[in-house]
Design a protein around this ligand. Structure first.
Ligand code: NDP
Length: 525
C-alpha cells in the first residue's frame, strides 16, 4: 500500500483549469516555455548554474523498515507494509511497517515499563547525558540526515543541511541542559514527569518536529511513542538507530509507523498520559475530541495564515528577502509561513515589482542540488490542494504571477506563485494553502494593518517590518499571533516558545514553556 497517491492528472481538474485560464491546463506544473502568467522577457536568469547534487551514497538504505519498539526493530503484527516515495522522482525509497492497534498497545506498554523501571528513576544528570549524546550523534551524522530528509520530504538540501538538522540537534542540546535543573526552571515547585507521551508529527519538518517533541519529553523524564507522517517516516526510523547508538535504555523512545487511524489509536490509548500533535487543524480537532474528558495533557500545534506586514519605512532589501524566506522556504509547506503579505500602499507598486524580480531568480528543482531554492511538494495530495487553491484564486479574479522557470519532468513540483489584487474574503487570503503561494494585499494605516492581519481563523505567527521600535511594540501587542517576528521571519531557536491561538491550536513548544508541557509541577518524587 502506498501512502503517497500517484501523481494526479484528473480530467476534472484539467477541464476546470482550462475554463479558468483559457490556456494551459497545467497550473504551476512546469510548461517548458514561459507560462502565460509570467512576466516574460527580461525576467529570466541569463545564465545557468551547473548541477551540484549532493551524493546520496552517505545514506545506507535498507529495502524495509520495521517498527522500533523496546529498543528493537520488529515486524508489524498484521504483516502489512507501505511504500515511502521520493517526491522529486516518484521513485520508491523503502517499504515501511504498517502498525496495527496491537502494535500500538505493545509500544505503549513497553514505554510504560521503561518509564517505571528506568527513565523516571534516573537522576536528571544521567538523563542529560543521553540527550547530550543524541545531540552529538545527530551532529556527527548531520550530512546523512540532511540527505535523507531531502530525499524523503522533497525539501532543498541547503535547508535540511542548514536548518532542519542543526536545529534538531540544538533542541537536544538545549533540553539536555535543563534535565538536571527542573527545580530551578520552576522554582518553589516540585516538577516531575507526566508518564508516557504519545506524539504524532507531520511531514513538513519530520526530524525537527521529532526533536521538538522528544527532547523536552525525555528531559522531563517521560518516555515516548512517536508516529511520523506516512509520507516522511525515514528520519524517525534513522533516529531509532541514533537511540541505539546512544545506548538509550530500551523502550524510552518507540517509533511506530502507519496511517492516520494508527495515530488516533495511539492518542486514544488509555495508558497514555500526554498527547502532542502537530498537523492540520481538522485532525487536531479530532484528537481534541478523542482526548476530551480524559486526564491526558494535550498540546496542539496546527495550521496558520500568517500576515507579513511591510511599512513604508522598512529596510526594503531585507524585507524582500524576509518575504521570500517567509513564504518560499520549504516550498511554503510551513505552518507559520508568511502567506499573506500586507504592503503599505505608498510603496506597494515598487515593492511588488522588486518581489517579482526576486521571485524570478528562485531555482526550482532537484532537492538534492545545493543550488536549489524550492524543492518538490511533499506528496501528490498536497500538490492537488495547492493547484486547487491557485485555480480558485484565478477564478476569483486575483492577478497571478509565476516566474518562467522550467520544472523537472517528473516529481511533484509547483512554481513559486504570487497573487495581487487579492480581496480579504478571497479563499487564497483565508485558507491555508501550504505551498509556495503568496497573496499580496495592501493597507494605509497601522490600525488597518492590524485589522486585516487579525482577520483570520488562525493565530500562529506574523511579521512586522519597520525601522521604528515603538511601532513594532505597538503592532506586536495588537496582533493575535503566538509568534511575531520583527524585521525578520521564520527564525527558530530552541530557547524560544512557539505556538498559536484560535484555530492554530494551543500550548507552546520550545523554551521553558515546551518543558512545562511535559511536567506535572507537583509530581516530583
Ligand atoms: P494531517 O494532519 O492529516 O497529518 C499530520 C499527522 O497526523 C500525520 O502523522 C498523520 O498520519 C496523522 N494523522 C492523520 N489523521 C489522523 C487522525 N485522525 N488521528 C491522529 N493522527 C492522524 O496533515 P496532512 O498530511 O493530511 O496535511 C493536510 C493539511 O494539513 C496540509 O495541506 C496543511 O494545510 C496542513 N498541515 C499543517 C501542518 C502544520 O505544521 N501545522 C503540517 C502538515 C499539514 P499520516 O501521515 O499517516 O496520514
Amino acid at each position: 500500500m502506498s501512502q503517497k497517491a500517484p501523481r494526479r492528472k484528473s480530467a476534472v481538474t484539467t477541464q476546470r483549469a482550462v475554463a479558468v485560464r483559457g490556456r494551459s491546463a497545467d497550473v504551476g506544473r512546469g510548461t517548458p516555455s514561459p507560462s502565460p502568467w509570467s512576466l516574460g522577457e527580461g525576467q529570466q536568469i541569463p545564465w545557468e548554474y551547473a548541477p551540484a547534487p549532493e551524493s546520496r551514497d552517505i545514506v545506507a538504505l535498507k529495502s524495509r523498515y520495521g517498527l522500533f519498539i523496546g529498543g528493537k526493530e520488529v515486524a508489524p503484527r498484521g504483516g502489512q507494509w507501505f511504500t515511502t516515495v521520493d517526491p522529486a522522482t516518484e521513485e520508491p525509497i523503502a517499504e515501511i511497517a504498517r502498525a496495527t492497534v496491537k502494535d500500538v498497545d505493545q509500544a505503549v506498554g513497553v514505554a510504560r515499563k521503561a518509564f517505571k523501571r528506568d527513565w523516571s528513576t534516573l537522576p536528571g544528570s544521567e538523563r542529560a547525558k543521553y540527550l547530550f549524546r543524541i545531540a552529538r550523534i545527530l551532529q556527527e551524522r548531520s550530512r546523512e540526515f540532511a540527505v535523507l530528509e531531502s530525499l524523503d520530504g522533497g525539501k532543498p538540501i541547503k535547508e535540511s543541511r542548514d536548518v532542519d538538522v542543526p536545529l534538531a540537534a540544538a533542541h537536544f542540546w538545549y533540553y539536555a541542559g535543563w534535565a538536571d535543573k527542573l527545580e530551578y526552571a520552576f522554582p518553589g515547585r516540585n516538577p516531575g514527569p507526566l508518564g508516557v507521551a504519545a506524539q504524532v508529527i507531520p511531514w513538513n519538518f519530520p526530524l525537527l518536529m521529532l526533536a521538538w517533541k522528544i527532547a523536552p519529553a525525555l528531559a522531563a523524564g517521560n518516555t515516548v511513542v512517536l508516529k511520523p507522517a506516512s509520507s516522511t517516516p525515514m528520519s524517525a526510523l534513522f533516529f531509532a538507530d541514533v537511540c541505539r547508538q546512544a545506548d538509550l535504555p530500551a523502550g524510552v523512545v518507540n517509533i511506530i509507523t502507519g496511517p492516520g487511524e494508527i495515530g488516533l489509536a495511539l492518542v486514544k490509548h488509555p495508558d497514555v498520559d500526554k498527547v502532542a500533535f502537530t498537523g492540520s487543524t481538522a485532525v487536531g480537532k479530532e484528537i481534541g475530541r478523542a482526548v476530551a474528558g480524559t486526564n491526558k495533557a494535550l498540546t496542539l500545534e496546527l495550521g496558520g495564515k500568517a500576515a507579513n506586514i511591510i511599512f513604508d519605512d522598512a529596510p526594503i532589501d531585507q524585507a524582500i528577502e524576509g518575504v521570500i524566506n517567509g513564504i518560499y522556504f520549504n516550498q511554503g509547506e510551513v505552518c507559520c509561513a508568511g502567506s499573506r503579505l500586507f504592503v503599505q500602499e505608498s510603496i506597494a507598486g515598487p515593492f511588488i515589482e522588486r518581489l517579482k524580480d526576486r521571485l524570478s531568480t528562485l531555482r526550482v528543482g532537484d532537492p538534492l542540488d545545493k543550488n536549489t531554492d524550492v524543492g518538490a511538494i511533499n506528496n501528490a495530495a498536497q500538490l492537488a490542494k495547492i493547484e486547487e487553491l491557485v485555480e480558485a484564486g484565478v477564478a476569483e479574479g486575483c492577478d497571478i504571477y509565476q516566474p518562467a522557470c522550467e520544472l523537472p519532468a517528473r516529481g511533484w513540483f509547483f512554481r513559486p506563485t504570487l497573487f495581487t489584487n487579492v480581496a480579504q474574503s478571497s479563499r487564497i487570503a483565508q485558507e491555508e494553502i501550504f505551498g509556495p503561494v503568496l497573496s499580496v494585499l495592501t493597507f494605509r494605516t497601522p490600525a488597518e494593518a492590524v485589522e486585516k492581519a487579525n482577520n483570520t481563523a488562525y493565530g500562529l505567527s506574523a511579521g512586522v517590518w519597520t525601522e521604528k521600535g515603538s511601532r513594532i511594540l505597538s503592532m506586536v501587542s495588537k496582533m493575535r499571533a503566538g509568534v511575531v517576528w520583527a524585521n525578520t521571519f521564520n527564525r527558530f531557536d530552541p530557547t524560544s516558545p512557539f505556538g498559536g491561538y484560535k484555530e492554530s491550536g494551543f500550548g507552546r513548544e520550545g523554551g521553558l514553556h515546551g518543558l512545562l508541557a511535559y511536567l506535572d509541577l507537583d509530581g516530583g518524587h
